[in-house]
Design a protein around this ligand. Structure first.
Ligand code: UD1
Length: 417
């Protein structure tokens, strides 16, 4: 298993280009199987989760051909299997999108229950409730979720809780239902909008994505389309925080600055200088860094997927900061690892109290999940001496070329196989 060896206290300076959004890619690729046609998806991130989704498409009978490292041609003409029962499906949580996509196209889907990062209970009851409202019958048997319908009929769905996955999954199925579906209290994340935009290019009729009411008028057929994935908000945020934690000066390029508003507001509070351009943000750290309170929320609130990274940063800010995790029940498993690096953090339920320390110290730590892994790298970059990070396979799921991007900014990270 790979490890990363990080020599700390290197100031990051320079420019970094952000890849396409993981969470958009893992929804857009399954959406492609709804068309009896060929789609070309550009700006795909070169990460494990995307490979896993592509393997699933191939096992279902579609063809995936890379035109270059970031451009994928997806040929879903002809018969696609409606059963995704194999091991790849269980590796990532986003494979639940095959349920909505297959149910939309074939009115039947059998998909192995999703896996992914383990931070607390990750139910899919809202997805299933949405499919039932559209007229599907759901059965769970032998670790599989099976959805069948004679017809899918548009309806009004109120989401009890804001859920990105359920919103996208209902959009997928409803795109090929009869009549109009309205989703209220929908998630507004950029990747919800991205998936809806791609489906609209395929001939779907979706309005209101990005607001909390989405209206989908079902269509009979979808066709292939060419589409460019949006930049990754979370990868961008990770490099912005890296600039701050290393006292650096980094231009984070190929991003949509609007998507970063909740983070830029916090960094500003922490005494970090932010300079926004059309598609880039320059982050320049000042000393001292100030403490801040962060509450995670659905978009446009502060993303839970940047919570571990910002915790690493707050560990070296002056004073006491408080993080409130409002999205996931158990997203503090990594705190113990951060403590090994010298962070002073106390957890009370959903709240983390962080007492800033003057410096972290290198240690051997483990990436407990994808974003926790990113937080370990950030903390190790700021720490005195050498750190060894294990569990790198989690990080590879969602960050393209991570050590190369950091090293180009002046970090010293070596991967050991
Ligand atoms: C997506 C992201 C994940 C991110 C999360 C929140 C992808 C592939 N993953 O996950 O990185 O952390 O959004 O921004 O896009 N819930 C239910 N029942 C459901 C579904 C969700 O109770 O059926 C709850 C969850 O337990 C959680 C909350 O709703 O507390 C939000 O989850 P959701 O937005 O659905 O997360 P994912 O789409 O799985």
């Amino acid at each position: 298993m790979d490890k990363l060896i990080v020599q700390g206290q290197k100031r990051l300076v320079g420019e970094v280009a952000i890849s396409g959004a993981k969470n958009a890619a893992v929804a857009v690729i399954p959406a492609a199987i709804m068309a009896d046609g060929v789609s070309v998806i550009e700006n795909l991130p070169c990460i494990e989760d995307v490979s896993c989704i592509c393997h699933t498409i191939e096992k279902l009978g579609g063809k995936c051909v890379y035109r270059d490292r970031h451009t994928l041609e997806l040929d879903c003409r002809g018969k696609i299997d409606y059963r995704a029962t194999f091991e790849e499906v269980q590796k990532i949580r986003a494979s639940y999108y095959f349920l909505g996509a297959l149910l939309g196209r074939y009115k039947k889907a059998e998909v192995a229950l999703p896996g992914g990062c383990n931070f607390g209970v990750r139910p899919i009851d809202l997805h299933l409730k949405g499919f039932r409202a559209l007229g599907a019958t759901i059965e769970e048997k032998d670790g599989m979720v099976c959805a069948y319908a004679d017809r899918l009929i548009g309806t009004s769905i109120y989401m009890d809780q804001v859920s990105v996955g359920a919103t996208i999954n209902i959009i997928l199925a409803a795109s090929m239902a009869e009549g109009v579906t309205t989703i209220e209290n929908a998630a507004k994340e950029p990747h919800v909008v991205d998936t809806a935009n791609y489906l609209n290019m395929m001939g779907a009729n979706i309005k209101g994505a990005g607001t909390d009411v989405i209206r989908i008028k079902g269509v009979e057929k979808l066709h292939g389309a060419q589409y460019t994935i949006i930049p990754d908000q979370i990868e961008a945020g990770t490099y912005m925080i890296a600039a701050a934690i290393t006292g650096g000066d980094v231009l984070v390029k190929n991003i949509i600055p609007k998507h970063m508003d909740s983070l830029t507001a916090k960094l500003d509070e922490m005494n970090v200088t932010i300079e926004e351009h059309d598609d880039s943000i320059r982050v320049t750290a000042n000393r001292p860094l100030h403490c801040a309170n962060v509450k995670t929320m659905s978009y446009p609130g502060f993303p839970t997927d940047l919570q571990p990274q910002v915790a690493a940063l707050l560990s070296v800010c002056q004073g006491e900061s408080v993080i409130t995790e409002n999205v996931w029940d158990n997203r503090y498993q990594y705190i113990e690892e951060l403590q090994k690096l010298g962070a002073k953090i106390k957890i009370e339920g959903r709240i983390a109290h962080i007492q800033g320390v003057p410096a972290l110290k290198g240690a051997n730590v483990c990436a407990t999940d994808l974003r926790a892994g990113a937080a370990m790298i950030l903390a190790a970059l700021a720490a005195e001496g050498e750190s060894v990070i294990e569990g790198v396979r989690y990080i590879d799921r969602g960050y393209e070329d991570i050590e190369h991007k950091f090293n180009a900014l002046g970090a010293n990270i070596v991967r050991v196989k």
